[in-house]
Every structure is written in C-alpha cells, then in structure tokens.
Design a protein around this ligand. Structure first.
Ligand code: IMP
Length: 179
C-alpha cells in the first residue's frame, strides 16, 4: 500500500517499517549501553508511542521497568498549544533513571511540560527517547539524546501516529500529500 486516504487527506508512504526498525534497533543498543546498571524506568507517552514502545522494549537488553502515561496537546494537523495534564503516573520516581518514550517531538512543548512535571518528583536523571523529531519546528531547547529519525516539517501518520484518531495501525509511516 503506497497511498492511503484518511478522511479528507491523502498520504503516501515515506518511511517503510524495515527502515524504522533499523533505527529503533540503533536507539535500543545505545540506551542499553548507556544506561546499563541503572535499572531505568521507561515512561511511554500514550497513545502515539505504543508501537515504538513495543519495538523499542523488545530490543532493550538490560534490566528495566516500563510504565505508561497520557498527555495530549494536539488536535487535527497543527499543534494547538493547549497542554493537558499528565495522567497515570503512579510510580515513585524519586532517585530513578527515567527515560521518556515519545512518538514525535514537534514544537517540543509537550516534552517540555512532561520534563517539568517529572522534574518536581526528584528523579535522579531524565532522558528522552523519541521515534521522530521535526527539528525545524522545535520551539524550545531540549536535550534529545535518543532520536530514531529526524524528519521534515510535514504531517505524518502510521506506526502509532494518527490523524484525528485514525491511521495509528499502519506499520509504515506515511506523509500527507499536499495537492
Ligand atoms: P509538540 O508538543 O508540538 O512537540 O507535539 C507533540 C505531539 O504532537 C506528539 O506527541 C504527537 O501526538 C503530535 N504530533 C506532532 N506532529 C505530528 C504529526 O506529524 N502527525 C501526528 N501527530 C503529530
């Protein structure tokens, strides 16, 4: 399937699954090497990162824990800037090495908000792992240590990412066709 239609938009395949998994492999190796002996707590940000999280975690080779939080700031195809609260963080992260697992860092405002919230709970250190970064849209200064891929400033779906709730199920990543 090279092209898909979701509601009013057409998308064309831009990053095939095998390419994604190669990059996820690379990130998992780097994290396993860097955080060995630290029993990191991976905090996966739902919904968008569910597929990335599953593939990443299968490749992490060190002892670790995983938990899930929710935090949404996005509707339709442009960032609204409205940030919601973090839901579901029940773990005590005091003194822990935390790795935030995100689908995409766009403006970075969501990530900044998450870092602020987690920072008040006295973790030892917080690292960022994201499937995608849109560097041209970044509005804040973030130390993104583990990024699988950098992409242009186009709207995408698939591999967990959605357009209006749809498209998360595709195994490849698709970019919107502007016609
Ligand atoms: P930020 O706060 O602007 O960095 O937005 C991050 C959130 O926006 C991500 O977690 C995604 O849910 C969503 N997002 C940003 N770009 C895209 C995209 O191209 N497709 C689908 N969702 C996106």
């Amino acid at each position: 399937m090279d092209t898909i239609q979701i509601k009013d938009k057409r998308f064309t395949i831009s990053i095939p699954e095998e390419h994604i998994l190669r990059e996820v492999d690379r990130v998992a190796s780097a994290i396993s090497r860097d955080l060995a002996g630290k029993n990191p707590l991976f905090l996966s940000v739902l919904n968008g990162s569910f597929m990335f999280t599953a593939d990443l975690m299968k490749r992490i080779t060190i002892p670790c824990e995983i938990s899930f939080v929710k935090l949404a700031s996005y509707q339709g195809v442009s960032s609204t800037g409205t940030i919601k609260e973090v839901i579901g963080l029940n773990e005590n992260i005091t003194g822990r090495t935390v790795v935030i697992v995100e689908d995409i860092v766009d403006t970075g405002l969501t990530m900044q908000r998450l870092l602020e919230t987690l920072g008040t709970r006295n973790p030892q250190e917080i690292h960022i792992a994201t499937l995608l970064v849109k560097p041209d849209k970044l509005k804040v200064d973030l130390n993104i240590e583990y990024a699988a891929m950098h992409i242009p400033n186009d709207f995408i779906v698939g591999y967990g990412l959605d357009y209006d709730g749809l498209g998360r199920n595709y195994r490849d990543i698709y970019t919107v066709v502007n016609d």
